[in-house]
Design a protein around this ligand. Structure first.
Ligand SMILES: [Zn+2]
Length: 276
């Protein structure tokens, strides 16, 4: 896919092989022999999604380890320490993530706390060869988003992320928040909309002024046997009709997959080559 930037997962790498070990190996780039860019997340999101027990207080995110059941804390400083050891080109601040459909005072509190945590991340950030992106919060409230964008833009040096979206909100609300954030941000900072990957969202958000996206959608979709094709949208290669179809996914495509594998071959290995 000739991708230029790879997202690596701080939580999983911090657990195994462990950020100290990655650091000893010379950082993620050396460990993987990957000489293009790497972005790491803050680790907070996995704690929220993987942990049964999770609380947030001013100090940071507290969670029960899914591996040992012991209670652990991730303050903003620790997130930056791990990401600096991993050596990503772009690190993300630890933010207070709430579900996008949450309403009430907590939305405002989480937004203000994310700004305070950003200041702590800035303090903890000591390597000048790594960039750090703030993450805008504020739920679906356009005024809170604007306030957050103005505060965080003052602290952002290289780029800025729009977080807390893509969690089941209506498209209309989602696009309005992206539009409001992009309008409130200075033009020189690249805007990264987190967790977004459906083709239509990429097109609309690009038109609204967004520059970067990340999503499990392409890899998860492929893993479940669906190819995204130029014409016709999605091709479900697990369907029986591809069992003896010896054409490539796209006859005109010059990519490695299309030049190497037939639909029948892919049909035969779905679910076998990768653990789901
Ligand atoms: Zn192709």
């Amino acid at each position: 896919m000739d991708c230029r930037i790879l997202l690596c997962n701080t939580y999983h790498l911090g657990h195994r092989p462990g950020h100290e070990r990655v650091k000893a190996a010379g950082g993620l780039h050396k460990m993987m022999n990957w000489n293009r860019s790497i972005l790491t997340d803050s680790g907070g999101f996995q704690m929220v999604s993987l942990s049964k027990l999770m609380t947030v207080d001013e100090n940071g995110v507290n969670f029960e380890s899914p591996h040992t059941a012991e209670m652990m804390a991730l303050p903003p400083e620790k997130s930056i320490e791990i990401q600096q050891a991993l050596g990503a080109d772009i690190m993300m601040q630890l933010d207070h993530v709430i579900h996008v459909l949450t309403t009430g005072d907590i939305v405002k509190e989480a937004m203000h706390r994310s700004i305070r945590w950003l200041d702590r991340c800035v303090q903890a950030h000591t390597r000048d060869d790594q960039a750090m992106f703030p993450i805008l919060q504020g739920g679906l409230d356009l005024e809170l988003r604007k306030e957050c964008a103005e505060e965080m833009a003052k602290r952002a040096k290289v780029g800025i992320a729009i977080g807390g979206l893509s969690g089941g909100e209506e498209k209309d609300h989602f696009w309005k928040v992206v539009a409001a954030c992009c309008a409130a941000l200075p033009p020189h900072l690249p805007r990264y909309v987190m967790g977004v990957g459906f083709p239509v969202d990429l097109v609309i958000c690009s038109l609204l002024g967004a520059d970067m996206f990340d999503c499990v959608y392409p890899t998860r979709t492929a893993r479940f046997g669906t190819a995204m094709v130029r014409r016709g949208g999605l091709m479900q290669l697990n369907q029986k009709r591809y069992k003896e179809d010896f054409l490539p996914i796209d006859e005109k495509c010059q990519c490695n997959t299309c030049r190497t594998y037939t639909r029948a071959y892919i049909h035969s290995v779905i679910g076998k080559v990768c653990a789901v």
